[in-house]
Design a binder for this molecule. Structure first.
Ligand code: NAG
Length: 280
């Protein structure tokens, strides 16, 4: 890695974090609360959003705008305590039967047991590309930043700026890549105790309801946003050797499931994008 490039990336990170402080997105401006009535709330003059779930219903929100490529950051603090059976989904999606989708889903657990971060990529309506991870921190104690970098070459999932997954554009191998359908940002908190925690063995404990997840510091860089040179780093951003080392560290020590190594599931051979790289 050239030091100039590393320097550039550091400056970029400094710069985006200062943007987040000075121009933190406003939830009133950027999002609509879509379901769950009073269970979804915007607070602190638009600086904070909360979703909650009780026995009767979950709740959700979506972005007013659609985005085609970009870097999207959100800070989340997940349901604390006994969150078994709850799922907090945070994702980008277009609409229709051949939609594209980029997913983070946080599967809750009983107090003291780890959340699973479930990820998936849908292209042209087809998913089945799950990768799951434990996190290297307790996601319920503090806010952490979950980001998606989406450009023409790849999609990178990041947690606190550490890449956990890369989905490369493998169109040359006949794998569709999301590049024509603009996506909205969605999030919802819902009851999935039929499958989420230890495969559905552990049910939600409704005596602990309502369950609440917190959101803040939404930040988006897209082509349409007034972009300076530093702002548009995401457009060509890939993984430099240091980021790739971090990705390997996460995949080695924290990965729970990878569809690309589930040979039982693909007896006829792995999907073509799995051959692209050892570290998808
Ligand atoms: C919950 O904790 C159990 C026990 O440590 C673990 O096997 C499981 O992967 C954890 N996460 C979920 C979402 O089930």
């Amino acid at each position: 890695m050239s030091s100039a490039r590393f320097y550039g990336v550091s400056i970029f990170l400094l710069f985006t974090s200062s943007i987040m402080v000075t121009h933190a997105g406003n939830f009133y401006q950027d999002f609509d609360l879509t379901w769950g009535d009073h269970r979804a709330k915007i607070l602190n003059g638009g600086q904070m959003l909360t979703l909650s779930l009780d026995k009767a219903s979950g709740s959700g929100f979506k972005s007013k705008k659609e985005y085609l490529f970009g870097r999207i950051d959100m800070q989340l603090k997940l349901v604390a305590g006994n969150s078994a059976g709850t799922v907090t989904a945070y994702y980008l999606s277009s609409e229709g039967p051949t939609h594209d989708e980029i997913d983070f889903e946080f599967l809750g657990n009983v107090t003291g047991d780890p959340y699973i971060l479930h990820t998936n990529v849908f292209t042209q309506g087809k998913g089945n590309r799950e990768q799951q991870f434990y996190l290297w921190f307790d996601p319920t104690r503090n806010f952490h930043t979950y980001s998606i970098i989406w450009n023409l070459q790849r999609i990178i999932f990041l947690v606190d700026n550490i890449p956990i997954r890369e989905f490369q554009n493998a169109e040359v191998m006949g794998v569709p890549f999301p590049k024509n359908q603009p996506m909205r940002i969605y999030s919802s908190l819902w009851n999935a105790d039929d499958w989420a925690t230890r495969g559905g063995l552990v049910k939600a404990d409704w005596t602990k309801a309502p369950f609440t997840a917190y959101y803040r510091n939404f930040n988006v860089n897209t082509r349409s946003s007034t972009s300076s040179l530093v702002d548009s780093a995401w457009e060509t951003q890939g993984l430099d050797p240091m980021s790739r080392r971090k990705l390997r560290w996460v995949q080695k020590y924290y990965m729970v499931y990878n569809y690309c190594s589930d040979s039982k599931r693909f007896p006829q051979g792995f999907p073509p994008e799995c051959r692209h790289s050892r570290f998808l």
